[in-house]
Design a protein around this ligand. Structure first.
Ligand code: UDP
Length: 364
């Protein structure tokens, strides 16, 4: 039986990988070996997703975390090499744009193992984002690129990928499948209110965790001033990322926003289902807002998910209090049409079939 090694380590990767893991298990054509780098390690940032999404337990946990970007990527690579040497997978599967993605792709490719990158071709154009660097390098060294959008394919073409021996597939966005998997489990609004102590008719769901927003005290304070303004009009609930929690403590930032611990995927889907609007700097959450037909304020100077902006379903906003509140009011009044199909259909199945084809064509 052929073997696929999935290298993952961060929350959004567990969610994306769960879709393909389910298909791999159903079809019984491949053995999947899951290698967790340990990048995210708290129970509510990691283990909860394995339990809830039925991901097979990781065969390895490299336990690399709490160090800077260079040390993290380096240590992951050092630990990954002997694992791949002993497992000898036919293909390594990586997701997204984290240090785990980059480390997995680099080690595998140098060992001559083909690499498939899911969520390829995305670009923010902002080289200050560590994620942007991870994306560019991972794309360039992978063998198959699964692009979530037409724009992602265009980005790669503009970078000259057409001339490289790399297969590009516009597969659609795998997160669409994960949202669909949970669509019948929304629970009741009353349960949600009781669970989180929500009051009132409406609430905004907010998440902030990008390094560019969190590491700068004045930027982070400005975001919370803006959210506090919004919370004077409607409830604001924020599952707090550990990085943001640590920064708030360090910088002494206080807020009127309802802060809760990070929640599992099902709970997040419920919050998305019942909220009025999403305010976020998360890549994944921007699209989940769209899948749940909710407007989104993106607290970043640019986004990789440009089609949401082009269709007026999301707006970019700065941390400035007036702008954040202005964008909130504007989106509240905007008439929105969520009925386009921006992110494809049957994405997991497409990716799976393409992987089979790739292995067959290359006699692997
Ligand atoms: N998410 C979650 N619980 C939370 C916050 C986020 O399950 O408390 C999910 C969210 O629904 C989305 C994913 O995590 O599917 C997004 O991950 P994150 O924002 O960490 O990373 P990004 O998408 O920006 O890479």
């Amino acid at each position: 039986m052929k073997k696929i090694a999935t290298v993952l380590g961060a929350r959004p990767q567990f969610i994306k990988a769960a879709v393909l893991s389910r298909i791999i298990a159903e079809r019984e054509e491949f053995q999947e070996v899951i290698i967790h780098t340990g990048q995210h390690f708290d129970d509510n940032m990691s283990e909860i997703f394995f339990r809830e999404l039925g991901i097979p337990p990781a065969a390895y946990n490299l336990d690399v975390n709490r160090v800077g970007h260079g040390a993290m990527t380096g240590k992951m690579m050092e630990c990954l090499e002997p694992v791949l040497e002993s497992e000898k997978p036919d293909l390594v599967l990586v997701y997204g744009d984290t240090n785990s993605t980059l480390a997995g792709a680099l080690v595998a490719r140098k060992m001559g193992i083909p690499v498939a990158h899911v969520e390829a071709g995305l670009r923010s154009g902002n080289m200050k984002m560590p994620e942007e660097i991870n994306r560019i390098v991972t794309d360039r060294i992978s063998n198959i690129l699964f692009c979530p959008t037409e724009q992602a394919v265009k980005n790669l073409e503009e970078e000259g990928f057409g001339a490289f021996d790399i297969r590009m597939v516009q597969s659609g966005d795998i997160m669409k499948d994960s949202v669909a998997f949970f669509k019948d489990r929304m629970g009741s609004r009353r349960d949600l209110n009781e669970k989180y102590g929500l009051e009132g008719e409406k609430f905004v769901l907010a998440t902030i965790h990008r390094q560019e927003n969190v590491n700068d005290p004045s930027q982070l304070a400005a975001i919370f001033r803006g959210l506090d303004e919004i919370s004077r009009k409607t409830g604001v609930v924020m599952p707090l990322h550990p990085r943001t929690k640590a920064a708030m403590k360090e910088f002494g930032i206080k807020t009127g926003v309802l802060l809760i611990d990070p929640v599992g995927y099902g709970a997040m889907q419920q919050l998305l289902h019942f909220c009025e609007m999403v305010v976020t700097d998360s890549g994944g959450l921007q699209k989940e807002a769209y899948f749940h037909k909710k407007p989104c304020l993106v607290v970043r100077p640019q986004t990789e998910w440009v089609e949401l902006i082009e269709h007026g379903l999301a707006v970019l906003t700065t941390a400035n209090k007036g702008q954040l509140l202005g964008a909130f009011q504007e989106m509240r009044n905007r008439r929105l049409d969520f009925n386009q199909n921006l992110y494809g259909r049957q994405i997991g199945k497409t990716i799976y079939d393409e992987i089979c084809l790739f292995l067959e064509l290359n006699s692997i």
